[in-house]
Design a protein around this ligand. Structure first.
Ligand SMILES: Cc1ncc(COP(=O)(O)O)c(C=O)c1O
Length: 368
């Protein structure tokens, strides 16, 4: 398999565990195994204490599949448990052939466009538009981009890196176009649960788009990236069977302890996602006032979901140099937009960590 390096992951690999201040993480503040189990019900406590470290069921623990079904609105046999990044890899391999055309909402997490490219597909990047410091979805562009051989449209809502969240009407428009033109939709919902106004939460794609597959997981909205647990859901039995068959070549089955901890997490879904939303809300208020105070130096784009935002550096300095200075002079990690394969002078900040105020004050010092 020939695939380009994952720019963001390589950047993180270089600095993530050595810098003093992290301003760009996309996950939310994590909790300990003890905290997760302290709040668990008697059933989970028993599953945990009786747990044997054997192989597990390839599609996932039945109790975990039931929790995923409840959370996403499909039935338990319409889900497969896997590692989130593995979910992207397996789904795209299951769905795509080299003569397919794929449209990918952009900028975005690199595997969403890099894997289709590595499979030989033609990829059209469907960029979010910027209008008066607001991210906008360009639906007319999508309609024009669809070709005879368009097999797949890939979206990610709430969106990394911008925090963009469409309306349900816009999602419905994509659903209608999928019926009219016959393409499949891959909906990356890793940040679902992190809508800044919970009333804006979108239905998971398979409940409104017939030909769709959704990716979800515990890494972002639950603050549990170390579990490496996610899922794909679809009402398309053929696709799920293909993904399950390919999983035999990656992980075969999920980690037994992670599955039980994931059941514990999903049974406390509102509490755990509410905790992460609370942290994001406080940090977002601080970020908004910081960027407004410094409006001569930055252009702020208000996010409406996710734990990230994507402001623009003004004043002519290349953002790559700015981020380089931050990391070498201040041990402060900020992600430049080049790791998202765009050259717009934007950078990503992460709003999900408790250390955000301290990291922001280091940025403030650097500006002064
Ligand atoms: C949009 C998106 N999809 C998928 C993933 C992969 O999730 P994980 O790192 O838990 O495998 C990420 C991680 O940052 C992401 O931002």
């Amino acid at each position: 398999m020939k695939v380009r390096d994952f720019l963001l992951e390589r950047y993180f690999a270089k600095y993530e565990f050595s810098v003093r201040h992290m301003l760009s993480a996309s996950d939310c503040e994590t909790i300990s195994v003890r905290e997760l189990l302290d709040g668990a019900d008697a059933d989970v406590e028993e599953l945990w204490s009786e747990l044997r470290l054997s192989y597990t069921e390839s599609r996932g623990h039945p109790a975990l599949l039931r929790e995923i079904a409840r959370e996403t609105g499909v039935s338990a046999d319409e889900a497969i448990v896997l590692n989130p990044e593995e979910g992207i890899f397996l789904t795209l391999n299951a769905l795509l052939d080299s003569d397919d055309h794929v449209v990918v909402l952009s900028p975005c997490y690199q595997s969403l466009y890099e894997l289709p490219k590595s499979l030989g597909c033609e990829v059209t990047r469907w960029y979010l538009k910027k209008e008066d410091s607001v991210w906008k979805l360009d639906l007319p562009f999508l309609e024009r981009a669809i070709k005879e051989n368009t097999r797949l449209v890939i979206v990610n809502f709430p969106h990394n890196p911008t925090g963009f969240l469409p309306s349900v009407e816009q999602l419905n428009a994509i659903a209608e176009l999928s019926v009219k033109k016959g393409f499949f939709v891959f909906s990356d919902e890793m940040y679902r649960g992190l809508e800044h106004n919970p009333a804006d939460r979108l239905p998971s794609a398979p409940s409104i788009i017939r030909r769709s597959v959704a990716l979800g997981g515990l890494s972002k909205a639950y603050g549990l990236p170390g579990l490496r647990t996610g899922w794909v859901t679809s009402t398309d039995k053929w696709l799920l069977d293909r993904i399950a068959a390919l999983k035999d070549y990656t992980t075969i089955c999920s980690s037994a302890p992670s599955e039980i901890l994931a059941i514990a997490a999903l049974r406390r879904s509102e509490e755990l996602t509410g905790r992460c939303r609370g942290i994001v809300k406080e940090n977002l208020e601080m970020a908004r006032s910081f960027f407004c105070e410094n409006s001569g130096r930055f252009e702020w784009f208000e996010p409406h979901g996710s734990s990230v935002a994507f402001p623009r550096l003004l004043g002519g300095q290349p953002v790559k140099d700015f981020c380089e200075r931050a990391v070498t002079e201040r041990s402060l990690l900020i992600l430049p937009d080049v790791v998202f394969d765009v050259d717009w002078n934007h950078f990503r900040i992460g709003l999900g960590r408790r250390s955000f105020p301290e990291a922001l004050s280091v940025l403030r010092e650097m500006l002064n």
